[in-house]
Design a protein around this ligand. Sequence first.
Ligand SMILES: [Zn+2]
Length: 302
Amino acid sequence: MDTLPALGVGGVHALVGYGTDRAADIRVTMEAADARDDLDLLVWPRTRDISLVRELGLPRIGGCILLDGAIGARTAALSQPYLDDPDNRGILYFTDDEFREFAAECAAANLQLCVHAIGDAAIEQGMKAYEHLSENYDLHALRPRIDHFCLATPQHCARAAALGVASGIQPAFDHFWGGEDGAYAPVLGVRALTANPLRTAVAAGMVVGGGSDAPITPLDPRLGVHAACNHTNREEALRFDEAVRLFTEGSAAIGREEQARGRLAAGYQADFIVMPRETGGGNIQRMPVLATVHRGRVVHEE
Ligand SMILES: [Zn+2]
């Protein structure tokens, strides 16, 4: 937390609830967040214990509640087998019924749910459960999330936009592992080239925010914006203004805070950074953050 204002970060979706005592981890983070006036933490309790979350008074649950695993470990759940492991389609940690039931319990408790899904089969499981929920709930208001969304298809993006399903996505995944020569390619084949579909999600009108999944990739939104503008698949790259919006308006919206922050506008929380000169997708990664203003107060200055 001490390092974040210098990176131009004014708010974080903090996924907590690790170790042997998850409740203690969540409480400690909530207390640390309350004690800071230079940073806002949106605490996501990584637990399936709905009564604990209600006791903590949080309006949201999850974060990386795993529907599946990861591509590198070949545990991301795929509709077609791994290229280099033809008997393997990855792992789903819930059955369809189990996840549908859990999502319904969260909605009944009025909790915004966020889960982790990387493979297309896991994203499909999440979408089906949320489609079922939409029969009884307004998902545009509840805004359940499927984060990562790495191997989402154009149809997944269109269905999510229509339903009101949001996603926290990580452009830096493509930066580190995407493209023909990246780590995804030998494992996924041609599917690697359509991974992390930023442009498709934005064009579909999905509510998407930018993230790092730190410590999986560095928590530095300059890297995230750079990665979004320089996607290895040019068709999935974002313009600079869109990439900035992903990490500002978008990240506010996936926390249901779009009325309070994420824009420089009257009535909004005055959060912004100062850079020394004109920037864009080509140079933002190397651009120093001269000042960070949080809630109208300078919290970092070089
Ligand atoms: Zn995750």
